[in-house]
Design a protein around this ligand. Structure first.
Ligand code: NDP
Length: 451
């Protein structure tokens, strides 16, 4: 690393937050790749402590969430909201309900979100929130009880011009509905733009549910096109079978890609004839079951249980790999295995699904890598479109929203390509995305003074 200033900021931030390993991982990935811009403006950034301010959240709230289960027992979880950077607009980012949630994971997600949101060209800052609550196996009433208690506290910190949460792992349409209902009751106002991912009946946007997965495939198509490769006729494997995975699969099929495998946290299904998505939707969106149940509908498919350090889905062979589950899903070992199997490209539907070592390995071996903060930005971009419709008290058609989403994804890839050309990045789209976003964020922060 050439920049003394950059090295100092990374070292100091690591020392100060040594126990937050996911946050440090995200921070190192981003900061090390924006060095060419730092070198150009080193004195200006150092004098205004721009990087020191960038890595420190504007605000973090952490709170108690008591709720009562179906047996009448009181349970207590911990809630978070990280409002990382509001230079470009109201904080925006999803809520994650998963037992692994802690401050480090919240901070990494919120930090990534600042850059992702800048790339969308919509006026939204970066935030994230959630809880260590585990929705698996809970009844609807328990989910509602938890969501209401969570919102009792969260409502103090959000608003349509302040901070606009949405869904993420464990938070889908049902949870957003309960959260919105409680916000409306407490605040006694119909503030539709305070949450996105809402139901269509009460201010949601058509195509929001599909947006992250669809956007991922639009981005993949652009990235491959720029490298003279067509998506059509390729095979793909997808990790996860949640919101992002399902709609990535849907759009992949529409674009002529055969998806042969999908997974959940226990294992994966392999269907060489092509995944039957209506079956996956029935299992995951209706029954809230396990991916293994696919075999009840398609007996010719195969189920592979996870065992060992590489999730089973990554031991399969395909042209394109779409990690759409969770962070650090693809480690160096998995990256080596996939590269040996001659994959063409990886598209990060999830946030930080590849470890930094895996990213470096893919780049070194010329595997095209679509970084999550760009490739999965379609979800938040469409959330911003939902906010626009709420402000206008209007509702656009599916086609209208989808068209806007597609043009946003094309534009995101163009911004990255411009950075790639300007800084001679040689198809390193990870650095391209970080640089393009950082230029915008640093300009907004500089313009607003030292705050
Ligand atoms: P969902 O809750 O709908 O689905 C998550 C999927 O990932 C499930 O199949 C789940 O399996 C699997 N999964 C979760 N945790 C783990 C784990 N620790 N190990 C293995 N598999 C796991 O979430 P989303 O689809 O909304 O989110 C998926 C990813 O995409 C996340 O990284 C999220 O941050 C990111 N993302 C989501 C956006 C959105 O609009 N929803 C926008 C941009 C990014 P199981 O059921 O077994 O837990």
């Amino acid at each position: 690393m050439q920049s003394e200033y950059l090295r100092k900021v990374i070292e100091e931030t690591e020392a100060k937050n040594s126990y937050e390993k996911e946050f440090i991982q995200a921070l190192k990935e981003v900061l090390s790749s924006i060095e060419p811009v730092i070198i150009q403006h080193e004195k200006e950034f150092r004098d205004s402590a721009l990087l020191e301010r960038l890595v420190e959240p504007e605000r973090i709230v952490s709170f108690r969430v008591p709720w009562t289960d179906d047996k009448g027992q009181v349970q207590v979880n911990r809630g978070y909201r990280v409002q990382f950077n509001g230079a470009i607009g109201p904080y925006k980012g999803g809520l994650r309900f998963h037992p692994s949630v802690n401050q480090s994971i919240m901070k990494f997600l919120a930090f990534e979100q600042i850059f992702k949101n800048a790339l969308t060209t919509r006026p939204i800052g970066g935030g994230k929130g959630g809880s260590d609550f585990d929705p698996k196996g809970k009844s609807d009433r328990e989910i509602m009880s938890f969501c209401q208690s969570f919102m009792n506290e969260l409502q103090k910190y959000i608003g349509h011009d302040l901070d606009v949460p949405a869904g993420d792992i464990g938070v889908g349409g049902r949870e957003i509905g309960y959260l919105f209902g409680q916000y409306r009751k407490i605040r006694n106002t119909y503030e539709a733009g305070v949450l996105t991912g809402k139901g269509l009946e009460y201010g949601g946007s058509l195509a929001r549910k599909e947006a992250t997965g669809y956007g991922l495939m639009y981005f993949m198509r652009e990235m491959l096109k720029a490298n003279n490769i067509s998506l059509e006729g390729k095979t793909a494997i997808i990790s996860g079978s949640g919101n992002v995975a399902i709609y990535a699969c849907e759009k992949a099929h529409q674009l002529g890609v055969k998806v042969i495998a999908m997974s959940d946290s226990t294992g994966c299904i392999l269907d060489e004839k092509g995944i039957k998505l209506d079956v996956v939707k029935q299992i995951k969106e209706v029954q809230r079951g396990r991916i293994k149940e696919y075999l009840n509908f398609v007996p010719s498919a195969v189920y592979l249980e996870n065992n060992g350090s590489i999730p089973a889905v990554y031991t399969l062979k395909a042209d394109i790999v779409l990690p759409c589950a969770t962070q650090n899903d693809i480690n160096l070992e998995a990256a080596k295995l996939l590269t040996d199997k001659k994959i063409i490209a990886v598209g990060e539907g999830a946030n930080m699904p590849c470890t930094n070592e895996a990213v470096a390995y893919f780049l070194e071996h010329k595997v095209l890598l679509a970084p999550g903060k760009a490739a999965n930005a379609g979800g938040v971009a469409t959330s911003a479109l939902e906010m626009t419709q709420n402000s206008m008290r209007d509702a656009w058609t599916f086609e209208e929203v989808d068209r806007k989403l597609e043009s946003i994804m094309i534009n995101i890839f163009r911004q990255i390509q411009e950075a790639e050309k300007e800084y001679n990045l040689n198809r390193n789209y990870v650095a391209g995305a970080n640089i393009a976003a950082f230029k915008k964020i640093s300009a907004a922060m500089t313009a607003q003074g030292i705050i």
